[in-house]
Design a protein around this ligand. Structure first.
Ligand code: GLC
Length: 442
């Protein structure tokens, strides 16, 4: 447990350091310097006077299937009887969610006060002036930033300011049915053979579930295969290195899995929701998903496989196992008319109390290290203290972190999808990615 904790934080720190460097370097070319800074200095002060007047704030996030969000809101409202939190469910598909925010904030809409942002968005949202810098609130309330994992904290920094508070860390993992699988597969080839043997047993329909729709989740699945075989999309220097034999090998394995008989025929329509639903309905012995899958699979109200779920690192390719690094943070809209109340909610949700509820009810991995010593959390989500989790986190690979990440992501999504659909070969896909990514990142 001690060793696990240490390695996890070292890993996340190192990865996020990369994120931070990329964010900061992205800022040098920014032409819209003032929008995120001076504009918000004023707005930040507005409405910051404490008030007992009743206020309703709107908190936007993708649908939370685990019920953790409702529990957090309830606990917050109990502590702050004058603040009501209205939950606005955004599309679960992270890309669609991103676009919905961009549309709302470009129209300077004040409808959303608080929002969760994906780990790949802060540079863009800060630069565009969509979210408020939180530094003054943090200072005024003496929020101890040292209690946070440094990497997760720095992922929400841009131009020396804190634009969001880290909420949870995600890493892709393999979940399996303990009533069907004794030893989880160590390699992708083992997974392929086990998935095809187990398909149809114990009432299952499939052997493996993943996210293969053309969207952000496909990028995560793809980088896991690519990294497991030693490939990469960009290197540490930000150079496009996607056209390599290793990347080709990794993507060929992805295509082999995604076009196999043991995944649902319509796997190219599967996001997290379709895949987790099928898994909790008992339709597959294996699924690749994020940590929340554990709590969902053990939710008696929704799941048919309660108590039958194991967690392991994703299978390895030639170069070992690799997990995509994900996660979410919480920000305040620059257009919010209830900034102080919004901050109270952000502070609570991303603080110890909120993260504890999220870890227990939603099996979301906290960004506050000391919560990994919390007995209630470990007893609800034992894999936070297990070696498999350590390994998955240790292997987590970040996506290219650049202010125009959406463009980069779309390029990857389109060409990986084409390869899965058989419209192009994997070699052709990486060649197109190379050309287009070089253009997008130059
Ligand atoms: C999870 C991750 C997020 C990622 C998304 C892709 O929500 O936390 O970082 O972008 O999945 O679907």
């Amino acid at each position: 447990m001690k060793k696990w904790k240490l390695s996890m934080f070292v890993m996340v720190f190192l990865l996020m350091l990369g994120v931070m460097t990329a964010c900061n370097s992205g800022s040098s070319g920014s032409s819209d310097d003032s929008s995120g800074d001076s504009g918000s200095e004023n707005t930040e002060a507005e409405g910051s006077e404490g008030s007992s007047e009743e206020v309703t704030i709107t908190y936007a996030r993708g649908k939370d299937a685990t019920g953790a969000t409702d529990a957090i809101i309830k606990a917050f409202e109990k502590e702050h009887p004058n603040i009501n939190v209205e939950l606005r469910e955004m599309p679960t598909d992270s890309g669609k969610q991103h676009d919905a925010y961009v549309t709302a904030f470009n129209a300077e809409s004040s409808e959303i006060d608080v929002l969760d942002i994906d780990v790949v968005w802060p540079a863009e949202f800060a630069q565009a002036g969509y979210v408020l810098p939180l530094d003054r609130f943090i200072k005024k309330d003496n929020v101890n930033l040292d209690m946070y994992n440094e990497g997760a904290l720095s992922a929400a920094q841009f131009k020396g300011k804190q634009w969001a508070m880290p909420k949870f860390i995600d890493a892709g993992m393999l979940f399996y049915r303990t009533d069907m699988v004794e030893e989880p597969p160590k390699t992708w080839d083992e997974l392929i053979s086990m998935a095809s043997n187990l398909q149809g047993q114990n009432g299952t329909e499939f052997g493996y579930l993943m996210q293969a729709k053309q969207y952000e989740g496909l990028v995560c699945n793809a980088i896991e295969f690519i990294a497991a075989y030693g490939g990469a999309i960009v290197n540490e220097k930000g150079e496009v290195v996607v056209n390599s034999p290793d990347t080709i090998q990794g993507l060929k394995k992805l295509v082999e899995v995604a076009t196999s008989d043991f995944v649902p025929q319509n796997i190219t329509t599967f996001t997290e929701v379709e895949s987790h639903t099928s898994f909790i309905e008992g339709e597959s012995p294996f699924i690749r998903n994020w940590p929340y899958q554990f709590s969902l699979a053990n939710d008696e109200e929704q799941s048919e496989i309660v108590g039958k779920v194991g967690v392991a690192p994703l299978p390895a390719g030639d170069e070992g196992s690799a997990a995509a690094l994900g996660g979410w943070m919480t920000a305040i809209s620059a257009f919010s008319e209830n900034k102080q109340a919004a901050w109270e909610f952000v502070k609570f949700m991303t603080g110890k109390e909120g993260q504890k509820i999220d870890a227990i009810k939603g099996s979301h991995a906290p960004t506050i290290p000391e919560l990994y010593e919390d007995e209630e959390i470990i007893s609800a989500t034992p894999f936070f203290g297990e070696e498999g989790f350590v390994q998955a986190l240790n292997a987590a690979v970040s996506r290219p972190v650049v202010p125009n990440y959406q463009e980069v992501s779309e390029i990857i999504q389109i060409h990986v999808s084409k390869a899965i659909n058989g419209d192009v070969t994997v070699e052709e896909a990486v060649k197109s990615m190379e050309t287009e990514l070089k253009e997008a990142l130059k």
